[in-house]
Design a protein around this ligand. Structure first.
Ligand code: VGL
Ligand code: ZN
Length: 212
């Protein structure tokens, strides 16, 4: 048991105020996972946080387009883009990590979605699926090869991070009970299926703490 190894990292996705109850793009139960993530993080030698970090007027905001509503999709130059309420605007309270997130030893905070004209769900590649964020290079240079993913939201940023990470040759496992979903129509089922097809294992926190 407890064979969390020196080449393992916990990747904590977007545990930010706007994705928690009371936030602009609140995920049900988003705050409930914070204590779980804190205790998981204590077991990992390496922890990396991601932070959704949009400029005002970002392409993923419904408010940046005329005649659109949040949660509908548009054709962006790089493909279909779901539109969201304004969220995680750079340097706002909503973009800050949840105040109870307590991971002093986190060694990297990777910001994503900071360019006005392209969104980035994945921690590895922007939504054109080709522009790298630099995370793969960081992990390779640091010799971190196995990633346990948790955070928000299961059906968007956790999903795409795990799938891209797998395609980039990292072993990715999703700690399912340390995530919560936005849950648009069909998004959870579609994430479950995509993760299964990519060979991403979903595990429970208790299993991680006892087996790995
Ligand atoms: C996310 C929608 C928009 C996420 C980020 O972190 O899952 N979802 N921006
Ligand atoms: Zn976003």
């Amino acid at each position: 048991m407890h064979t969390i190894q020196s080449n393992d990292a916990l990747l904590v996705i977007d545990v930010q105020n706007d994705f928690c109850p009371g936030g602009a793009l609140a995920v049900t139960g988003g705050d409930e996972i914070v204590p779980r993530i804190n205790s998981l993080a204590r077991r990992f030698p390496h922890v990396i946080l991601t932070q959704d970090w949009h400029p005002a007027g970002h392409i993923s905001f419904a408010s940046a387009h005329t005649g659109t509503q949040p949660y509908q999709s548009i054709a962006a130059p790089y493909g279909t883009q779901t539109l969201w309420p304004d969220h995680c605007v750079q340097n706002t309270h909503g973009a800050q990590f949840h105040p109870a997130l307590d991971i002093p030893h986190a060694e990297l905070i990777l910001r994503k979605g900071f360019r006005a004209g392209i969104d980035s769900y994945s921690a590895f590649l922007e939504n054109d699926h080709v522009t790298p964020t630099g995370l793969a290079g960081y992990l390779r240079e640091r010799g971190l090869t196995r990633l346990f993913l948790c955070g928000l939201a299961y059906d968007f940023c956790v999903r795409f991070s795990a799938i891209d990470g797998t395609a980039l040759d990292f072993e990715c496992l999703v700690v399912e009970d340390a995530t919560r979903a936005v849950n648009l129509s069909g998004s959870v089922e579609s994430a479950d299926q995509a993760l299964a097809e990519a060979g991403v294992q979903r595990i429970l926190r208790a299993k991680l703490l006892s087996d790995y």
